[in-house]
Every structure is written in C-alpha cells, then in structure tokens.
Design a protein around this ligand. Structure first.
Ligand SMILES: [Zn+2]
Length: 164
C-alpha cells in the first residue's frame, strides 16, 4: 500500500483525519493527523474554509503591500502652462518650437491651450527640446481600489459566498 500523504510504500496504513480530509497514511505520517474515532467531533467544512482563507490571506499580504507602492507615469495636469512658459522663457514663437520638434504650429497651439493631450512620443520631444518634465509619478489607483475591495470582504462573507 502507498501512504496517501508522503507516497511511501508501507505494509499497513492508518486512517487519519488531516486538515479536513481522511487519508490512509503510513505510521510516520499518522502523527500529523487525528485518528478517526466514531462520534468524535469533526471539523465542519466552514472551519476548513476559514482556515484555508486565513492561510491564503497571510500569503497574499506581502504582494498587496508591493502593489500599493506601484506608480505609473502620467502627464502633469498643467502641461499647457509648463510648455508655454518654457517656450516663452526661450523667446521662441509657437512656430519656432513646432519647427524644432517637427510638428504643425496648430498642434503646439492646441497643446498650449489644453485642447489636445500630447502623446508619449510628442511628450518626449517636448521634454527634450524645452528641458522640462511633463510626466509625474502617480500611484496606480486601480490597485488601491482592488485591495480595498478585498479588505471590505470579511472572512465571514467569503464563507457565505462559498456556501451559496
Ligand atoms: Zn507517509
């Protein structure tokens, strides 16, 4: 016979109760479980689920902390003013800047009015040409929402969901 816990060949197995399951195990493994006795109070399925969730929660914690510290680069909200001021500080006309970064004057005009968000490639050209920073690090909001949802669900709620 094979031990259902360690997989070792054994002459005889003992039926024990481990983590909510009955297993036929070798003598060495039998000490990890409880020998099943009739009338003995068993762990209810709910207790087993709660135990597993507790283990899972402990395992997930370091990852959550890591995720909440994650940031993404985003275009600064007052990019029209920053671009305009940097251009004027150099005494350039919109035409001058447009020519330097190989864009239409109308594009510069729209960006400085805030009517158009420059794409990544354009942002890089503007930052380089004007010596400014248009991107800023912001925390990823999506992750915050996700982790607060997880926190909002109590173990009791999860057990209820499992039972339904
Ligand atoms: Zn074993």
């Amino acid at each position: 016979m094979l031990c259902e816990l360690c997989g070792k060949k054994t002459e005889r197995t003992t039926r024990v109760f481990i983590e909510g399951t009955t297993l036929n195990v070798c003598r060495d493994c039998a000490k990890f479980g409880e020998v099943r006795k009739p009338g003995k109070k068993e762990l209810t399925p709910q207790t087993v689920i709660t135990k597993r969730l507790e283990i899972r929660e402990k395992r997930m914690k370091p990852k959550d902390v890591y995720e909440s510290e994650e940031t993404t680069l985003e275009l600064v909200p007052d990019y029209p003013r920053i671009i305009r001021e940097a251009r004027m500080a150099r005494d350039w006309k919109q035409e001058t800047l447009a020519a330097k970064i190989n864009e239409k004057v109308s594009v510069i005009n729209k960006i400085e009015r805030g009517d158009m968000r420059p794409d990544d490639a354009l942002v890089k050209k503007l930052e380089k040409e004007l010596g400014i920073k248009l991107m800023e690090k912001v925390p990823i909001i999506k992750t915050e929402t996700k982790s607060s949802t997880t926190k909002g669900l109590t173990l009791g709620d999860l057990v209820k969901l499992k039972k339904e």
